[in-house]
Design a protein around this ligand. Structure first.
Ligand SMILES: *Cc1c(COP(=O)(O)O)cnc(C)c1O
Length: 366
């Protein structure tokens, strides 16, 4: 049977997530499987968020607050930004999709992104049938703002920069963002996707999207509760944007896109900064251990400001990925991320890092 589907959907592919733990257990007959593939929080959610979800469960017969009033107030109080400049999403993925729908329409419009960077930008651009301009990262695996500026045209409506970038963990500096903003064509918006903000904040010259929005610059910032806050499974992300962008997203978003459990969990998680601090501390230790192990093997790691490390194996990553999988360790193989010689490993608990490093050294030395 054939249907009248939009023709450009044929050029899109479904998102390929990290392998689920249960699937690997089933397929390989393993009992212990560790997933270091999706940059999730190894400490789990804040206990306060879990308690808030329990309490909110009694309200499941009610529609959630479509304006997420209380959550916006909480974010506003934490970050010193007016609630009017905030938008909430069912994960920041949701907001990426809405932003593409708001700004892009057909092949006469362009979206620009780094390569490699987060794959969801590309699918947002493709869904809008716009041209997706992918600008290669530089030799340090960092966004090349000069090459990006050189590729801008009057048709470019959106630029996505993940900062720090996924899958590399590298950042663009405040000076680079300042300069890039002087190069934007009229009407174009720079989206700084700060999914890993909490791990990177405090790094010298690390820019904060909120500062730009407060100053009236054509910038949208995206944050998420999925990484440092440990709430990936419940789906909440937020954005900060000029009022006209907030207004546009409000017109097209699904009115109840952030569910009642998610709103409660996020408010409670914001009220437990010690959980985020413990997460960031654990992450620093884990990254340092990965770097030391790679150094002992003569391998380099892309310097990461996020909660994962991108290891340059110096050879195709697929056999290493497969060997680790057989040992019950799920990582992300660089070949699907546009870095065929790299392996992306999320930082886990101390015990998970023990298991990963033992398996990794074993695989690489044999
Ligand atoms: C994980 C991640 C997100 C967050 O996705 P959610 O939909 O909020 O879970 C956004 N951008 C990047 C670059 C990411 O790595």
């Amino acid at each position: 049977m054939s249907f009248s589907l939009r023709p450009h959907l044929a050029g899109m592919s479904p998102y390929s997530p990290g392998k689920p733990i249960d699937e690997v257990k089933r397929e390989l007959g393993l009992t212990r499987v560790i997933k270091l593939a999706s940059n999730e929080n190894p400490l789990g959610p804040s206990p306060e968020a879990v308690e808030a979800v329990r309490e909110a469960a009694a309200q499941l017969h009610l529609y959630p607050d479509a304006s997420s009033y209380a959550l916006k107030q909480a974010i506003s109080a934490c970050h010193g930004i007016s609630p009017d400049h905030l938008m909430l999403g069912n994960g920041s993925d949701d907001l990426i999709h809405y932003l593409c729908q708001c700004f892009l329409e057909g092949p006469d419009t362009q979206m620009m992104m780094g390569d490699p960077s987060f794959v969801r930008y590309e699918s947002g651009g493709q869904l809008a049938d716009s041209q997706v301009i992918k600008v290669p990262l530089n030799s340090e695996w960092r966004h090349d703002v000069h090459a990006m500026a050189a590729s801008l045209t009057p048709k470019t409506r959106l630029i996505f920069i993940a900062n720090p970038n996924n899958p590399t963990g590298t950042m663009v500096s405040k000076q680079e963002v300042d300069w890039l903003l002087t190069q934007l064509p009229a009407g174009c918006v720079l989206i700084l996707d700060e999914a890993y903000f909490e791990f990177a904040v405090g790094t010298p010259d690390f820019p904060d999207s909120l500062d730009y929005v407060k100053a009236g610059a054509p910038v949208v910032g995206l944050r998420t509760f999925s990484k440092a806050f440990g709430l990936a499974g419940i789906r909440v992300g937020w954005g900060v944007a000029p009022l006209a962008v907030i207004d546009a997203v409000d017109r097209i978003r699904e009115p109840f896109n952030v569910n009642i459990l998610a709103q409660s969990a996020a408010i409670a998680a914001l009220g437990d900064p010690s959980h985020v601090a413990a997460t960031v501390d654990l992450n620093k230790k884990g990254l340092a251990r990965i770097e030391a192990a790679c150094q002992s093997l003569g391998m380099s790691v892309v310097p990461s400001l996020a909660n994962f490390a991108c290891i340059d194996l110096g050879r195709p990553a697929r056999p290493v990925f497969d060997a680790l999988l057989r040992k019950g360790i799920i990582t992300r193989c660089g070949d699907v991320l546009g870095m065929p010689h790299h392996l992306r490993v999320s930082v886990g608990t101390d015990e998970e890092m023990d298991a990963f490093l033992e398996a990794f050294l074993d695989v690489c030395r044999s």
